[in-house]
Design a protein around this ligand. Structure first.
Ligand code: SF4
Length: 378
C-alpha cells in the first residue's frame, strides 16, 4: 500500500508510550495527520473483541496500533499438523492483522484484537533469534514473517525490512522470506544483501484478485516488483495459494502461468508453492456477512478435512494441482514446485511422489530443524 493509501485507510493511530521513540512511531508521526494520533499508556487500555461481527472486523482494519510485544516472536509454522506434510518452516511474527482485505483471509477467524498492529521492538525479536542461532547454528532454517500479517505491505511505516536485511546478512546460513501481496519493495531493493532473503508473492489470476483480494497489488504490479527484486539479485518465490475454483479456472491459471514463465527462468525462482482454498468452518458466517454470496469463496462447496478445515473435495484439488503442476513442468521440468499444507494422497496424485523423496524438495522437507526446535521448546 502506498503512503497516500495509508493516510486514507487508517482513521486512528494508537502509539504506546513505550514505543514513542521507535523508528516506526517516528515514521507514523511524520505521515499521519496529528488529529488521528492517540498516545496510550499501555495497549491493555484497548479492548479485545472475541468473535467480531462484520462491522467490528471492517472497523478493525481502520485502526493502527504501534506497540511493543512481550511474548515469543519465533515459532513453528502452523503447517506442522497431523496428516499434513510440513516443509520445515518457521515464522517470526512482527505484527498482526492486515489492512488489505481478501475474502478468504484466515485472520477473520483468528483475530480478537481489533487493531492492525506493528511491533516496534524488533530489536527484541532479533535478540531472540540470536539466542536460537547459538543453539541451532548448523541448521539451515527457513524463516518467514508473513504468517499473521503481510511481510511488506506496512513496511513504509514499520521499516522492518531494513533491519531484517542487515541481520540476515550476518546469518547467511539461514533464509528469510518476505511474503506479500503488495508491491512494496522500495525500502530494501537497492540495499546490499547476502542472497539469503527470498522475496515472495502470493499470486492469483487478475480475475481472482479483483473479485477476492481487495486492496492488494494487481498481478502485474506484483510480477513487476518480483522482476525488480530478481534484477537486484534477490531470490524470488511464488505461492499460487489459495487456488480458487471458478468456471474458467483452467484458462485463468494457464494465462497467469504463461506470464510467469515468460518473465522468469526456473533458476531465478527459488520455489513455487501450490495450495487450494481452505478455511475454518466458523469463518463462513463472517465471510458471507462481509462479502455476500457473489464472492467465489462464499458460494463454493466444501468438505471438512481431518485438520478441521473446509476444503474443496479431494478430486477437484487433485485436478487443479495436476493441471497447474503440468503447466509449469511442460514449460520446463526445472520449475521447483511443491504443495503447501496438503496430505500424502494429494502429493502422490499430483507428483507421483512424496517431497522427502524428490530431489528438488528433499532439503525443504528435512525435519531435523523442526524436531530440534520442538525438543528445545517443549
Ligand atoms: S493479504 Fe494476507 S493477511 Fe492480508 S487480508 Fe489478504 S490473506 Fe489476509
Amino acid at each position: 500500500m502506498t503512503e497516500k493509501n495509508f493516510i486514507k485507510q487508517f482513521e486512528n493511530i494508537y502509539i504506546e508510550k513505550e514505543s514513542f521513540s521507535s523508528e516506526s512511531a517516528k515514521r507514523a508521526l511524520e505521515i499521519f495527520p496529528k488529529d488521528r494520533i492517540h498516545i496510550i499508556k499501555d495497549k491493555s487500555e484497548l479492548k479485545n473483541i472475541s468473535n467480531m461481527n462484520a462491522e467490528q472486523f471492517n472497523k478493525s482494519k481502520k485502526n493502527l496500533l504501534l506497540c511493543s510485544f512481550k511474548g515469543k516472536f519465533f515459532k513453528r509454522c502452523p503447517g506442522v499438523r497431523p496428516g499434513l506434510i510440513c516443509c520445515n518452516y518457521f515464522v517470526l511474527n512482527l505484527g498482526q492483522h492486515c489492512e488489505m482485505d481478501c475474502s478468504y483471509c484466515y485472520l477473520q477467524s483468528l483475530i480478537n484484537f481489533p487493531f492492525v498492529t506493528i511491533y516496534t521492538n524488533i530489536g527484541d525479536a532479533l535478540n531472540e533469534l540470536s539466542q536460537i542461532a547459538l543453539e541451532m547454528k548448523d541448521h539451515k532454517l527457513r524463516i518467514g514473517t508473513g504468517e499473521i500479517t503481510d511481510s511488506l505491505s506496512l513496511d513504509d511505516i514499520s521499516l522492518h525490512s531494513i533491519q531484517l536485511l542487515d541481520y540476515f546478512t550476518q546469518h547467511p546460513n539461514w533464509t528469510l522470506e518476505f511474503k506479500t501481496k503488495s508491491a512494496n519493495i522500495k525500502n530494501f531493493v537497492n540495499k546490499k544483501h547476502s542472497g539469503n532473503i527470498i522475496v515472495s508473492w502470493s499470486l492469483n489470476p487478475q480475475y481472482i484478485i479483483e473479485k477476492e483480494e481487495h486492496g492488494t497489488a494487481s498481478l502485474s504490479e506484483r510480477l513487476n516488483a518480483a522482476r525488480l527484486c530478481r534484477d537486484k539479485g534477490f531470490p524470488v518465490a511464488f505461492h499460487l495459494d489459495p487456488v480458487i475454483y471458478h468456471k474458467e479456472w483452467k484458462e485463468s491459471y494457464s494465462t497467469m502461468i504463461q506470464k510467469i514463465t515468460f518473465l522468469f527462468k526456473p533458476e531465478e525462482v527459488s520455489h513455487i508453492s501450490l495450495g487450494a482454498l481452505r478455511f475454518q468452518p466458523q469463518q463462513r458466517h463472517i465471510m458471507r456477512e462481509r462479502f455476500g454470496m457473489k464472492s467465489l469463496v462464499t458460494s463454493g462447496e466444501y468438505f471438512k478435512n481431518k485438520d478441521g478445515k473446509l476444503r474443496y473435495d479431494s478430486h477437484l484439488r487433485q485436478e487443479m494441482f495436476r493441471f497447474i503442476f503440468s503447466e509449469f513442468k511442460n514449460h520446463n521440468s526445472e520449475w521447483n514446485i511443491f504443495l503447501c499444507m496438503e496430505n500424502k494422497e494429494n502429493w502422490l496424485a499430483t507428483t507421483n511422489n512424496i517431497p522427502s523423496k524428490m530431489e528438488e524438495t528433499k532439503n525443504l522437507f528435512d525435519l531435523k530443524p523442526v524436531r530440534h526446535f520442538t525438543k528445545r521448546v517443549y
